[in-house]
Design a protein around this ligand. Structure first.
Ligand code: 5GP
Length: 211
C-alpha cells in the first residue's frame, strides 16, 4: 500500500451530526487525523482554542490568508472558516488519512486543488429530523437556527458535487459506511501508482523473455 494518506472531506447540513460521526470514526479507527480549522466565530460553551477550532478575529484570519497559510477558506453565516495548510500536508505525508469537516464552498475548492480527495456528504434522514437536532442541541439562538436551516436549503443544491452521500440515522452504521468508503478509495488505481508501475515492469520483463 502506498504511503500517502487520503484527504477526506466531510460536509453536511449544520446539525447533521458530522462532529459526532467524525469523533466516533477517529475513536474506532486509528489511521485518521482531524484537521482543526481556523474561524472568526465566537467559541460555543465548552469549546477550546486549538481543539475544536483555532479562534481568531477577522484581522488575524485575513493575515493568515495573506501569508498563504490556508488550503481553503470560506465565509459561512457571517464568519470566516479555513483549513490550515501545514498540519494537513504533514499528516498526509506521514500516511494518515486527514479529515476536513468543512462546508460546501471549501469542499469544492479542495476537489479542485486535490482531485484525488474523497468528498462525503452527511445528511440526516429528513428535514424535520434536521430541525429537531438543531433545536435540541441547544447551542444556538432561534435566529441562528433559522439562518442555518436557510443555508441547509442552499447547500442541498450542491450535493451532487460529492462523491458519496451517507445518511446519518444510526451512528454506528454511519461510522462503518464512511470507513468502508475510505478503504475502498485506497484501492483506486490513482493511489496505487507505484504498484502498477512495478507489475507493469515485471510483465514487460516476462514479455521480453518470451520474444
Ligand atoms: P460551526 O460554526 O457549526 O462549527 O461550523 C459551521 C460550518 O463551517 C460547518 O458546515 C463546518 O463544517 C464548516 N467549517 C468548519 N471549518 C471549516 C473550514 O476550515 N473551512 C470551511 N470551508 N468550512 C468549515
Amino acid at each position: 500500500m502506498e504511503k500517502k494518506g487520503i484527504l477526506i472531506v466531510i460536509s453536511g447540513f449544520s446539525g447533521a451530526g458530522k462532529g459526532t460521526l467524525v469523533k466516533a470514526l477517529i475513536k474506532k479507527y486509528h489511521n485518521y487525523a482531524l484537521s482543526v480549522s481556523m474561524t472568526t466565530r465566537k467559541p460555543r460553551e465548552g469549546e477550546r482554542d486549538g481543539v475544536e477550532y483555532f479562534f481568531t478575529d477577522t484581522e488575524g484570519f485575513e493575515e493568515t490568508i495573506r501569508q498563504g497559510g490556508l488550503i481553503e477558506y470560506a465565509q459561512y453565516c457571517g464568519n470566516y472558516y479555513g483549513t490550515p495548510k501545514d498540519y494537513v500536508e504533514r499528516q498526509l505525508q506521514a500516511g494518515n488519512n486527514v479529515i476536513l469537516e468543512i462546508e460546501i464552498q471549501g469542499a469544492l475548492k479542495i476537489k479542485e486543488k486535490f482531485p484525488e480527495s474523497l468528498l462525503i456528504f452527511v445528511t440526516p434522514p429528513g428535514a424535520e429530523e434536521l430541525k429537531r437536532r438543531l433545536v435540541s442541541r441547544g447551542t444556538e439562538s432561534e435566529e441562528v437556527i433559522a439562518k442555518r436551516l436557510a443555508r441547509a436549503s442552499e447547500e442541498s443544491e450542491g450535493i451532487e458535487a460529492y462523491d458519496y452521500i451517507v445518511v446519518n440515522d444510526d451512528l454506528g452504521t454511519c461510522v462503518e459506511e464512511v470507513h468502508q468508503l475510505v478503504e475502498a478509495s485506497r484501492r483506486a488505481p490513482v493511489r496505487r501508482e507505484a504498484f502498477i508501475e512495478e507489475i507493469r515492469n515485471q510483465l514487460k520483463a516476462f514479455a521480453k523473455g518470451a520474444e
